[in-house]
Design a protein around this ligand. Structure first.
Ligand SMILES: [Zn+2]
Length: 333
């Protein structure tokens, strides 16, 4: 269902069937040229919802550029399908490189091998191989590559000036779009309400959670009257939500540190199973496998944060990475 938020500004509600995120908010700014912000998965239900709602607005794809807040498939999946000759497909330079890497099987094989080192079995990983939406529901390759944006770039659509704010954390190159004149922030998955953005470990990034917390500070002070997150209908006050998200991660860090101290030598997978999660499953064994994958990624980001600050350490034992409190580690040496 399309909702008009302001003159020339629309929210399209794209269902994410079977996904705990439930929906994607895609935004359309109309004008001489249109800008479509985020797209939904490359999957029939998303396609149908997008087509129907664009038709309702009467948007002409022939003059619609596409902006993706970040590389995740629920944001980029339909970009190639919606792209028309002569239109731009914007993504940050950092995320563009990683999105393009996703089409290479060996990148996934390495990623999955590292998850096995962190406690998954190969059986679980083989099952995930063909069912992980991050891998399976992304866009078809866009022959000419993405139009890369950097921090501070300004786009102009429908009389609005939209400044790109680099907010690494949820992904290494996540961008928010800020319209200062209308005090409107398109926050992508950087700030969400009701659910907290998934912050996981990224290859080559030593401290994704630390980056995320710094990125919250990058947006916290902006004057914002209209805050538009990429998932769920809920929105609210930016500063309050930033403080809640910081408190959420502080609790999760405490949780991880306590578990490592209580039972030294666990894998990230085992630590994750002992952490508190708000998911509708009775216990860790009943977590759907894709959710286990994201939860372990998130636990790893918290363990990295602790490790960078000297709280925990890990070492490879019989093919598995095991975590120890730092005192224990010093004791061993
Ligand atoms: Zn995302």
């Amino acid at each position: 269902m399309v909702e008009q938020l302001a003159p020339g500004l629309w929210r399209l509600n794209i269902p994410l069937v079977g996904n705990p995120l439930k929906n994607l908010n895609s935004f359309l700014i109309t004008g001489e040229r249109n800008l479509l912000i985020d797209t939904g998965f490359n999957q029939p239900a998303c396609k149908e919802a997008m087509d129907t709602q664009l038709r309702e607005i009467g948007a002409d794809l022939g003059r619609t550029d596409i902006f993706m807040t970040h590389l995740h498939s629920d944001h980029t999946g339909l970009s190639t399908y919606l792209h028309r000759h002569g239109c731009a497909v914007f993504l940050s330079g950092t995320d563009a490189v990683r999105r393009e890497e996703y089409s290479r099987e060996e990148v996934w094989r390495e990623k999955y091998a590292s998850y096995v080192e962190n406690g998954f079995t190969w059986e679980e990983m083989n099952w995930l191989w063909d069912s992980n939406p991050a891998k399976m529901e992304g866009p078809e390759p866009l022959g000419r590559g993405f139009d890369r944006l950097e921090d501070g770039a300004v786009l102009e659509y429908g009389g609005r000036k939209l400044r790109c704010i680099l907010t690494p954390g949820h992904t290494p190159g996540h961008l928010c779009l800020y319209d200062a004149e209308n005090e409107t922030l398109f926050s992508g998955d950087h700030v969400l309400f009701h659910i907290s953005p998934n912050i996981c470990r990224w290859e080559g990034i030593p401290d994704a959670l630390g980056d995320y917390l710094k990125s919250l500070d990058r947006v916290k002070e902006l004057p914002v009257k209209l805050l538009l997150p990429a998932h769920r209908a809920e929105t609210g006050n930016l500063r309050t939500r930033v403080e809640e998200l910081k408190a959420h991660h502080a609790r999760r860090l405490d949780d991880a540190l306590r578990i490592v101290a209580e039972v030294p030598g666990l894998t990230a997978y085992e630590i994750t199973g002992r952490m508190q999660w708000s998911i509708r499953a009775r216990n860790w064994n009943e977590f759907p496998l894709t959710q286990k994958f994201f939860a372990v990624g998130e636990a790893l980001a918290h363990l990295d944060w602790l490790e960078v600050r000297g709280g925990v350490t890990h070492r490879l034992e019989n093919g598995k990475e095991r975590y120890f409190p730092i005192n224990e580690y010093k004791g061993v040496n």
